[in-house]
Design a protein around this ligand. Sequence first.
Ligand SMILES: Nc1ncnc2c1ncn2[C@@H]1O[C@H](COP(=O)(O)OP(=O)(O)OP(=O)(O)O)[C@@H](O)[C@H]1O
Ligand SMILES: [Mg+2]
Length: 313
Amino acid sequence: MKNCIEVKNLTKEYKSLKAIDDLSFEVKEGEIVGLLGPNGSGKTTTINCILSLLNFGKGTIKIFGTKMSPNAYDIKKEIGVVFQDVAVFEELNVYDNIDYFCGLYIKDKKVRKKYIEDAIKLIGLEDFKKFYPKQLSGGLLRRLNIACGIAHKPKLIFLDEPTVAVDPQSRNNILEGIKTLRELGATIVYTTHYMEEVEILCDRVIILDKGKLLASGTTDELKALANIEEKVSLEVYDLEAKYIEKMKELKNVEDITYNNNVLVITYKKGKNNLIELMDYLKSAHIKYNKIFSERPTLNDVFLELTGKELRDS
Ligand SMILES: Nc1ncnc2c1ncn2[C@@H]1O[C@H](COP(=O)(O)OP(=O)(O)OP(=O)(O)O)[C@@H](O)[C@H]1O
Ligand SMILES: [Mg+2]
């Protein structure tokens, strides 16, 4: 697969702050790549540098194999951007807003009409064509923002936190819309700090923190980086500390927490952990409910890499 984006040794400073610090990565044609990182980690700055909206100190950026520059209009017309902050015209209704943005690229009226209808359908705005932005909920407004950014059918799409503070229905709509865009052949860069979205959507993930690349790979590859193999959770009432101490001695156990009657046991690599735990619980006559085992999440990986929770930072 060809590279759609190549970022090499990108460094961007604001006075003494290194917002991006020697960042290198590639995005292949047809992929959805997630830029995942806490607030202030440099996601938006990275996008703005790629788009040549910002000057940067060091590094090179290529899009479709060509060096990107502020005047690279041939490249720019193949790009769609959905900015983090909603940017639509209050004076125009939904249809006319999309028409305006699409019209910057598509001059043929008949073609444009079809493209606008396609965008409206993709993001589920059929019932709101005549609505003005003020009349839309936060989620619908975000969907309009997306329709405006992608209606001209760009080959490369940047979406900067498109699901922040949207209702579950709009979130679903947006995630489904993005999947459809990929199926239609677009390459997508998606920034978020919601790990669940990255797990559902992205072929590859780049984890940023303080402008640096901490790790990259498929979600499975990233999970393999985690020191832990398995987490087992169960509900146990009034468990005495002496039993917890005993369980810490079971094979492969890495850590145990017990809060609000939920016991969570994390295991290093190893097999049959769950069976051995259940055997122990039975022998010690400990009653339990709702036992389940899960693999480490991206949040666990992030926690190990940075020592902090992605969501809370
Ligand atoms: N114009 C600016 N002047 C000075 N510092 C800036 C400017 N823009 C961004 N920064 C700083 O650069 C760093 C990276 O910011 P950026 O907006 O790229 O992060 P982000 O990952 O997009 O965060 P968020 O999740 O909040 O959108 C932050 O420390 C931010 O405060
Ligand atoms: Mg941002």
